[in-house]
Ligand binder design. Structure first.
Ligand code: 4AD
Ligand code: MG
Length: 419
């Protein structure tokens, strides 16, 4: 303006900016868009009843040479794809700041809720000697130090096993360790990073993502687990919508319509029937025995009026070795997937195989190195069950975010792990 320069400053404490009124004579010559600044002055109520800071001293702490490749300009809107190219600068954009604050709100709410339900938080290991899901989607670990490797190889160890005397991977799930702890502490949960080497760059997959996993000792059926999962989703979402006001507003997100409704539940067989009856609306008809495709999952949610829906009792062959069979039908697995809008599968869970002999025969077939897991069934075993929720998929669904890469500060996916 004629006598004053107006600048918006933000410190990341909320989505709003504070307007600063700087008399032209006071404006440092190197002050540009994107600079970090220190301002002293008087806080006052400006026009439109908004707080403003009337500057008495302004200095530039870090200048920003906008003409030297800075990717953002004032008063411009950028697509998420564009902003994602600059992961190191993304946290300073307003909308991503909102996402990060909401992510933190949800993080705290998850721990608070589960503890209020009697769960004890457990730090499960990131390095592990087993592939919990048995799908071979693990990343291997070995020391980078070639001298160390060669000295261990001289002692007769293979390169893969040189450091730990065993092949070691980044964990795809802390479930098996949680099962061990649940047999001491009854109700336990973990909330940490998990890793999957899937060759997928889809809008729903990350190579590193956070998973909330709960394990309940003495659980008797899937319904009990489904109830716990539904409570978790609703309680955390309520907390976000009660406390995330201005950030939710900035992202243009409103409360999901399912917050006060009961989630649906169908068996796998019923789900396949629904899909068969609506085959004309799908690119591919369901094939009995296969898992559900993303299109089929999203259709089932739409069919349930946009309310999340549990699919239970999958064919046994489609689920991992640790899943128990359904009591009413031995061809079925006592396993559940919760499907939610935008993402489809958001939670996977099951009752665990607790029969020593059955587990033993499955383990010899699929998974060596799990003698300790089998042994849990030998000494004072209890039935248990649990589930895992993909935290980024949860945020994606509730905050209506199209691409999972925009829910985590530093996403990793195939060919992308620069920083
Ligand atoms: O269905 P999953 O593979 O289940 C397990 O890992 C069980 N061991 C959990 C348990 O019972 N304790 O994974 C759980 C959830 C999925 O439903 C999905 O939301 C998320 O983790 N997930 C991913 N999220 C982002 N990127 C990926 N590559 C994911 N793979 C799974
Ligand atoms: Mg799954």
């Amino acid at each position: 303006m004629k006598d004053n320069v107006f600048m918006d400053i933000a410190d990341g404490s909320c989505n709003d900016c504070l307007q600063v009124v700087v008399p032209k004579s006071m404006k440092p010559s190197n002050l540009t868009y994107g600079s970090s600044v220190s301002v002293e002055g008087e806080l006052a109520v400006g026009p439109h009843e908004r707080m403003e800071l009337r500057a008495e001293a302004v200095s530039v702490i870090g200048k920003c040479v906008v003409t030297d490749g800075y990717p953002f300009a004032p008063r411009k809107q950028y697509s998420q794809e564009y902003v994602r190219q600059y992961l190191h600068l993304r946290p300073r954009t307003n909308n991503f700041g909102s996402l990060l604050r909401l992510r933190d709100l949800a993080t705290v709410a998850i721990g608070d809720h589960l503890r209020s339900r009697g769960f004890v938080g457990i730090h499960v290991p990131i390095l592990t000697a087993n592939d919990c899901e048995g799908a071979g989607e693990v990343f291997s670990i070995k020391p980078a130090d070639l001298n160390l490797l060669s000295s261990m190889k001289k002692k007769g160890y293979s390169e893969d096993e040189a450091y730990f005397n065993a092949k070691v991977y980044l964990s795809v799930s802390g479930q098996l360790q949680l099962e061990s702890v649940a047999r001491g502490l009854s109700k336990v949960f973990s909330f940490g990073p998990t890793f999957r080497a899937e060759n997928s760059k889809s809008r729903l997959h990350l190579s590193e993502f956070y998973m909330v996993e709960a394990e309940v000792a003495f659980a008797t059926d899937l319904e009990e687990l489904a109830t716990e999962a539904e409570l978790l989703l609703k309680s955390v979402t309520n907390h976000i919508f009660n406390n995330g006001d201005s950030d939710l507003h900035a992202l243009g997100v409103s409360e999901p319509k399912w917050l006060n409704q009961n989630f649906g539940i169908v068996t796998y067989d019923e789900a396949v029937k629904i899909l068969e009856n609506n085959a004309d609306q799908l690119s591919f008809a369901p094939k009995y025995g296969d898992g559900l495709s993303k299109e089929q999952e999203l259709f089932l949610i739409q069919h349930n009026n946009g309310i999340p829906i549990f699919v239970v009792d999958f064919p046994k062959e489609s689920k991992p070795f640790y899943v128990r069979e359904a009591t009413h039908d031995e061809r079925k697995a006592a396993a559940m997937d919760l499907l939610a809008p935008i993402v489809g599968e958001i939670i996977g869970g099951s009752m665990r195989e607790d029969n020593y002999e059955k587990l033993k025969s499955k383990l010899t077939k699929f998974s060596p190195n799990l003698d300790w897991y089998l042994e849990l069934r030998k000494y004072g075993n209890v039935p248990s069950g649990g589930f895992g929720m993909g935290f980024e998929r949860y945020l994606q669904s509730v905050l209506e975010i199209a691409n999972i890469k925009d829910t985590i500060p530093f996403p990793r996916w195939p060919h992308n792990c620069k920083m």
